[in-house]
Design a protein around this ligand. Structure first.
Ligand code: UD1
Length: 419
């Protein structure tokens, strides 16, 4: 699993370049099976999860080549329609392969992704939407087998704006005779990115970024597509929190600032000086920050669950008492006991977190139990005066490319020790 060792107390200073978005590249890699041709993807973050998606593609019979931040997939000779169980278990988002494979081959099977370290994470919205589209689903709670003669024209009204379900329905509908309308769909920027990629491939989709997406079926797709993955708004948000906690002065480059507005608004309220330009944000902080009254995680454009742990570390060192309510994942709380070990004062009551700001944190041996929780421990470690050891580095490496290198360039003292 490896670990990160941080000697805290250094102010972050300088410029950082943000990598391609993990949550965009994974569904886009899954989408590459659709065109029976070549997809050239650029700005790909070479993360552990990216390699799992590449392994899935190879196992399905696709040819995959990659170099620095570029992945080329040729899915012409893909022949398998079942996604291997051990790969599905490594990455929950592999469920998105189901929609892409059923679209091209009219059959697909995948083992149940089951629960994960964020909680139950059911897929009932995906499966009931598939059934509405005329897809036959055999589901024994371990393996899902899907088959279809013809995808039906439908209006699907999602009970909740689920990111994964929206992606799966779009992919399953690419070749529908007529159109599929998805209402109450997710508006996340990563959905917009996947749709832009599919459109380059020749798909006919509109409405992305609104509450209604329409997929008009096409007969065939382009054989060669080149696409550049969007920047990672969660990585950008993590660097914003890290800069703020160290009283830093950092320019975060290569991003779409509007995608992190829900965070920059809060950082400004807390007292950070934020300057927003077309593709970068400058953050400067030289004083103790103020608490916030109340914040809850909600689907985009509201505050993302993926930044809750990192902001919590920052609030834990602010002046006064803040309250966060986590609405998306019931088990996105595993960082709290670890942060408390370091001296934070955070109490949990049924997914509501009461955070009383403290002046000092002490470096300790702490354990990352999931990706973003791990990032919050590093955020706290950058503030703590003594040495912090964050075990479970592989969780963090699932979502942050060259984290140690980027932080060290900014003046931090952090080492990544591989096992
Ligand atoms: C979620 C996040 C996404 C984040 C990703 C990785 C939201 C809305 N989604 O996407 O921003 O990048 O995790 O951390 O913030 N649900 C069901 N049944 C389903 C599908 C979902 O009950 O079939 C529930 C989930 O348990 C959860 C909520 O709906 O409470 C949102 O889930 P969804 O958006 O589908 O999750 P991901 O696609 O994993």
């Amino acid at each position: 699993m490896g670990k990160y060792i941080i000697k805290g107390g250094n102010k972050l200073n300088g410029e950082v370049f943000i990598s391609g978005a993990k949550n965009a590249v994974l569904p886009i890699l899954a989408s590459t099976v659709l065109n029976s041709g070549i997809c050239i993807l650029k700005n790909v973050p070479m993360l552990l999860d990216t390699f799992v998606a590449i392994d899935i593609l190879k196992d399905l019979g696709c040819e995959v080549n990659y170099g620095e931040n570029t992945v080329v997939v040729n899915s012409k000779n893909m022949y398998k329609t079942n996604v291997k169980e051990d790969l599905v278990k490594k990455m929950r988002s592999s469920i998105i392969f189901l929609g892409a494979i059923i679209s091209r081959f009219k059959e697909a099977s995948i083992s149940y992704p089951g629960g994960c370290n964020l909680g139950k994470r059911p897929i009932d919205f995906h499966l009931s939407a598939f059934k509405e589209l005329g897809i036959k689903i055999e589901d024994n709670q371990k393996l899902i087998k899907a088959s279809v003669d013809t995808i039906k024209e439908r209006i699907i009204d999602l009970p909740f704006a689920s990111v994964g379900a929206t992606q799966n329905i779009i992919l399953a509908s690419i070749f529908v005779k007529g159109k599929v309308v998805i209402k109450n769909c997710a508006k996340e920027p990563e959905i917009i990115d996947m749709v832009k990629f599919l459109r380059k491939m020749g798909a006919n989709i509109y409405g992305e970024g609104t509450y209604t997406i329409t997929v008009k079926g096409v007969e065939k797709l382009n054989n060669i597509v080149e696409y550049t993955i969007m920047p990672d708004r969660i990585e950008a948000g993590t660097f914003l929190c890290m800069s703020a906690i160290t009283n830093g002065n950092v320019k975060i480059n290569g991003i779409t600032p509007n995608y992190v507005k829900s965070l920059t608004d809060i950082l400004e309220q807390m007292g950070c000086n934020i300057v927003i330009d077309k593709d970068n944000i400058k953050i400067k902080n030289d004083k103790k920050l103020k608490c916030i009254e109340f914040l809850e995680t909600k689907p985009y454009p509201y505050f993302p669950t993926d930044l809750q742990p990192q902001l919590m570390a920052l609030l834990a060192t602010a002046d006064g008492e803040s309250i966060i309510k986590e609405n998306i994942f019931e088990a996105r709380n595993k960082h709290i006991p670890e942060l408390n070990k370091m001296g934070c004062n955070i109490i949990e009551d049924n997914s509501t977190f009461i955070i009383k700001g403290v002046n000092k944190l002490t470096g300790k041996n702490v354990f990352a139990k999931d990706l973003r929780g791990g990032a919050s421990l590093i955020t706290a470690g950058l503030f703590a005066k003594e040495k912090t050891v964050v075990e479970g580095a592989d969780y963090i490496n699932r979502g942050y490319e060259h984290l140690d290198k980027k932080l060290n360039i900014l003046g931090a003292d952090i080492k990544h020790i591989k096992d």
